[in-house]
Ligand binder design. Structure first.
Ligand code: PLP
Length: 359
């Protein structure tokens, strides 16, 4: 197998140790005498896996006992609907921070259920900056405040948690487990697994218990947090393989020093890459320094006619999936937990050599 570094934004690379572990037990899981893909989610082997993976995630994130942890399907996009359905609780307005492509989508979906009060709008600066929190116009009648801690496309990440008196809801798809957070400050945290947790098909939802149980009427039963929570995420068949893989990633994270250990590595990885970009006139990143993402690093070549060649040569050098999102252009290096520091070094060496040859 090639030793390539995969910078895909999602589905993204998994830790090599985890892939190897899964390969070694693919045909024969635990005492099951069958693959983990082939066994009942209600059997002893899977139930044990489900419990352990939840406990490991609770340990990693320090999730308090008054929060439920759900292992769902439908991606983060299904949560764009489930959040208003479950959290409006009789109110008809919710506040949303509009800081990028994904918050924009969350807002559009919420508008199907309630009035949306947009507290801040970064579309005015092309998602390169966030207005100071003191200027946010939060409607006190709002059922909750929704924000996107890391906007995956523009590479715009909050370096703080907003403090509010209403439930705080966070789409953490591309930043969950990348650094420590205080879960008790949130009402709901959700994340599609395919960025920083595991394969696509699994969505983690962490929800404060007192917010469960007052759902908008006549909605799909699967979209009710209460259904999912009282059935331990097994009202219907869960995404068993993705759940298992996530469990293996949680074990790997614990071995690597947990989110504290990851945060140190992630910060150092990001700093290295941004400093190479900043030191050159050949590459640039437009995001306000304070809000630069540790996870998704977009960069533009001064001469965009070189984009195609850059990508071809990068692929030849085993540096994969660096093409930027079409709305931003240029390149984007997604450097989630699974990307080792050696991958950053390889990318930096390639970028410097490419600049030397073509500047
Ligand atoms: C990828 C992503 C989504 C969409 O996730 P799906 O699982 O495809 O629905 C939503 N929000 C953020 C921040 C993302 O990075």
């Amino acid at each position: 197998m090639s030793q390539a570094y995969n910078f895909s934004a999602g589905p993204a690379m998994l830790p090599r140790e985890v892939l190897e572990k899964m390969q070694s037990e693919l045909l024969d899981y635990g005492k099951a005498k069958a693959s983990v893909m082939e066994i009942s989610h209600r059997g002893a082997d899977f139930m044990e896996l489900a419990q352990k993976s939840e406990q490991d995630l609770r340990d990693l994130m320090g999730i308090p006992n008054n929060f439920k942890v759900l292992f769902l399907q439908g991606g983060a996009s299904a949560q764009f609907s489930m959040v208003p359905i479950n959290l409006l609780r009789g109110k008809n307005i919710a506040s949303y921070a509009h800081t990028g492509h994904w918050s924009k989508k969350a807002i559009a979906e919420a508008k199907r259920y309630c009035d949306v009060n947009v507290v801040t709008d970064s579309s005015e600066n092309k998602y390169t900056d966030i207005d100071d929190f003191s200027n946010w116009n939060i409607d006190a009648n709002s059922a909750y405040l929704h924000y996107t801690p890391n906007e995956t496309i523009a590479g715009l990440e909050f370096d703080y948690t907003p403090e509010v008196d209403i439930p705080l809801v966070a789409d953490m798809s591309s930043t969950i487990l990348s650094r420590p957070i205080d879960v008790s400050k949130y009402g709901v945290i959700y994340a599609g697994a395919q960025k920083n947790i595991g394969p696509a098909g699994l969505t983690i939802v962490i929800v404060r218990e007192d917010l469960i149980g007052k759902v908008v009427e006549n909605q799909p039963i699967l979209f009710n947090y209460e259904t999912q929570s009282t059935n331990d995420s097994m009202y219907n068949t869960p995404s068993t393989f993705a759940w298992y893989a996530a469990g293996r990633v949680f074990e790997w994270l614990k071995e690597k020093g947990g989110v504290e250990g990851m945060a140190k590595i992630n910060q150092s990885k990001a700093q290295k890459l941004y400093s190479v970009i900043d030191e050159s006139d050949f590459y640039s990143n437009p995001v306000a320094v304070k809000y630069r993402s540790w996870m998704n690093v977009p960069f533009i070549l001064a001469d965009d006619s070189l984009d195609k060649l850059f990508l071809e040569k990068a692929y030849e050098a085993n540096l994969l999936a660096l093409k930027g999102h079409r709305s931003v252009g240029g390149m984007r290096a997604s450097i989630y937990n699974a990307m080792p520091e050696s991958g950053i070094d390889a990318l930096i060496n390639f970028m410097k050599a490419f600049e030397k040859e073509h500047a």
